[in-house]
Design a protein around this ligand. Structure first.
Ligand SMILES: NC(=O)c1ccc[n+]([C@@H]2O[C@H](COP(=O)([O-])OP(=O)(O)OC[C@H]3O[C@@H](n4cnc5c(N)ncnc54)[C@H](O)[C@@H]3O)[C@@H](O)[C@H]2O)c1
Length: 260
């Protein structure tokens, strides 16, 4: 039995990394995908991959999800084309890391826009469709929104991801009366195009971080998406307001020396 048969799953940031993996996995479980991304070529590649396995994916041209009216127009076009939205996976994001002393006001605003606005706008403009379907929302937080870090200085990113987790809890509160559940996944270190070129690059202090992760390795996109599928499915029908860390135990266990 496929968990998302005849469901419409809207995924932001479907043109790369974990968003692409989510499109493939939801599709494999019967969902019709609506995918939005600024990267139109990447999104088209995801659509091709979904369709190569017999799935259906609705896309359009590039959508900048930091733009309220572009997001509203895209969401309306998805509902017009597909008739409903059952799940919103607000996964898109772009960030910059810097310590408080070096974070300029411009950089702070840059990160707020690309991690909070682009989460808030899709939720806002999908809300009526989710009310109609009694659907659910999965946001993407991060261990960065749960804990500080000595190796990755990232004050703006910590705030946006902490804010995303707080947004999820408030959506759980406001959605309950409409039958809308809201949860979040909070990845730790996951190997994607975004981390390959930055935190996991050879010259970055974070590259050795796996030694501080209890499960002793970096995660892969499918391990995050597996948790998203569970939270978005009817198997989680009594789960709302939950932030699920997907981090190999990183946020739960104090770092130590060579005990294993
Ligand atoms: N990779 C990790 O280790 C990690 C850890 C914690 C949280 N996360 C979060 O997971 C999510 C996915 O990350 P990823 O590693 O797959 O990144 P990624 O860069 O591979 O994918 C992000 C996608 O979002 C899209 N996007 C960015 N800005 C956009 C905009 N303004 N409008 C529309 N689309 C836009 C990008 O084009 C890209 O396709 C992000 O929210 C990220 O913060 C990632």
């Amino acid at each position: 039995m496929q968990r998302f048969q005849n469901k419409v799953v809207c995924i932001t940031g479907s043109g790369s990394g974990m968003g692409r993996m989510a499109a493939l996995r939801f599709s494999a479980e019967g969902a019709i995908i609506a995918g939005a991304d600024l990267n139109a070529a990447g999104n088209q590649e995801t659509k091709n991959l979904v369709e190569a396995t017999g799935g259906t994916m609705f896309t359009g041209s590039a959508v900048d999800l930091t733009d309220a009216s572009a997001t509203e127009a895209w969401m309306n076009s998805a509902v017009a084309a597909l008739g409903r939205i059952d799940v919103l996976y607000a996964n898109a994001g772009a960030t910059k890391f810097s310590p408080i002393e070096e974070t300029t006001p411009e950089e702070w605003q840059w990160v707020m826009k690309r991690e909070l606005d682009l989460t808030y706008f899709p939720v806002k403009y999908a809300w009526n469709a989710l009310k109609a379907s009694r659907g659910n929302i999965v946001l993407v937080g991060s261990t960065a929104g749960m804990r500080g870090s000595m190796t990755n200085t990232r004050v703006a990113h910590s705030v946006t991801k902490g804010g995303t987790i707080a947004m999820m809890q408030q959506l759980a509160a406001e959605g309950a009366i409409h039958g809308i559940r809201a949860n979040s996944v909070s990845p730790g270190m996951i190997r994607t195009p975004a981390t390959e070129g930055d935190l996991l690059a050879d010259n970055h202090p974070m590259r050795k971080i796996a030694t501080a992760i209890p499960l002793q390795r970096i995660g892969v996109p499918e391990e995050v998406v597996n948790c998203t599928l569970f939270l978005a499915s009817d198997e989680a029908s009594y789960v709302t307001g939950v932030n699920l860390p997907v981090d190999g135990g990183w946020s739960a266990v104090l770092p130590g020396f060579g005990v294993i």
